[in-house]
Write a protein that binds this ligand. Structure first.
Ligand code: NAD
Length: 293
């Protein structure tokens, strides 16, 4: 049925469903697939390149929402919002001194891993709260990091001084288990770790151990090794972690931008319009000569 509907189309706007090569091979007129979002692990890029099919994403649509989500996790954990909320609701207003310390973001060291769209949007927000912003991204030139009022740094040095770490890397062979047992041994005791990028970049078992043994202050996750996390995932039982259901990019504003941008990619591509945003095309180098000579 899917093949029947797609057989004669020139462009596809794709959300999260997997689009297999066997379906694509039946779409003889297909010229472009436009992903609603920035990840594209539900299509086979190599196959698209071989068949001269463009792959668009909505690159600029969700960075602000994800960066704001990270800030809310920083604040929720730092200020122990969930604990104090429970205190008042359970009639224990006067026990406010019993919960232990909570902190300011002011003047703290934040380490941003990955200085792409979201990492850069987060840096601006952290600078607004007068944090010191360190960046680890060997693929971005140091002068670009400095121009953004951030400090380039090597990761091992950064792991020792960071009060906050936020991850904005793609998931691949180099970044899987990027934060694991060894790294948890390097962090400050009051460090707060947030991951809104992809599950698997932090090793969940080691994260559980670190939180359970209070090796770090807290963590925030929007993404998991398995989504949804299994009911017996031990992270669900901790109270020094804040969890959200992979919804960092799903604010109303971001959803509107993603819908418009994903359709605009298709229209501009098919009509060969000058307004085409080539930065949105993952395989521009493969298809530019084929379609945009
Ligand atoms: P991006 O491609 O703009 O930036 C990624 C950055 O990581 C690049 O600057 C790149 O140089 C850097 N990088 C790559 N490998 C690295 C390595 N080994 N070490 C250090 N730096 C490395 O991506 P983005 O749009 O900023 O998205 C970042 C991540 O967030 C992606 O994994 C994406 O899938 C995820 N994401 C999640 C949500 C959500 O809803 N939670 C929404 C959007 C994006």
């Amino acid at each position: 049925n899917l093949i029947l509907n797609l057989k004669n189309v020139d462009g596809i706007v794709l959300r999260t469903a997997k689009l297999t090569n066997s379906v694509i091979s039946e779409c003889k007129s297909l010229k472009i697939i436009s992903r609603h979002g920035v990840g594209y692990d539900n299509v086979d890029l190599e196959y698209l390149n071989k068949n001269n099919i463009g792959l668009g994403i909505t690159g600029t649509s969700n960075a602000i929402s994800v960066a704001e989500h990270v800030m809310s996790m920083f604040f929720t954990i730092t200020k122990r919002m969930n604990d104090y909320d429970q205190l008042v609701k359970s009639g224990n207003f006067k026990k406010k001194y019993d919960l232990g310390d909570f902190f300011e973001l002011y003047n703290k060291n934040v380490l941003i891993l990955g200085f792409g769209r979201i990492g850069q949007a987060l840096a601006k927000r952290c600078l607004g709260f007068e944090m010191k912003v360190y960046v680890y991204d060997p693929y971005v030139k140091e002068n670009i990091i400095k121009k953004n009022n951030c400090i380039p740094i090597e990761k091992n040095e950064a792991f020792e001084i960071a009060d906050y770490i936020s991850i904005h890397l793609p998931l691949n062979d180099k970044t899987r288990n990027f934060i694991s047992e060894k790294e948890f041994g390097m962090f400050k005791k009051n460090m707060i770790l947030v991951n809104t990028s992809r599950g698997g970049i932090i090793n969940e078992k080691e994260l559980y151990n670190a939180l359970n043994e209070k090796k770090i202050f807290g963590a925030g996750l929007d993404v998991f090794e398995t989504e949804p996390p299994r009911n017996d995932n031990p992270l669900l039982s901790l109270n020094n972690i804040v969890l959200t259901p992979h919804n960092a990019a799903l604010t109303l504003e971001s959803r509107k931008r993603m819908s418009i941008e994903s359709c605009k990619n298709v229209i501009d591509f098919l009509l060969i319009k000058k307004s085409l945003n080539i930065n949105n095309f993952v395989n521009w180098n493969f298809i530019k000569n084929y379609r945009f000579k």
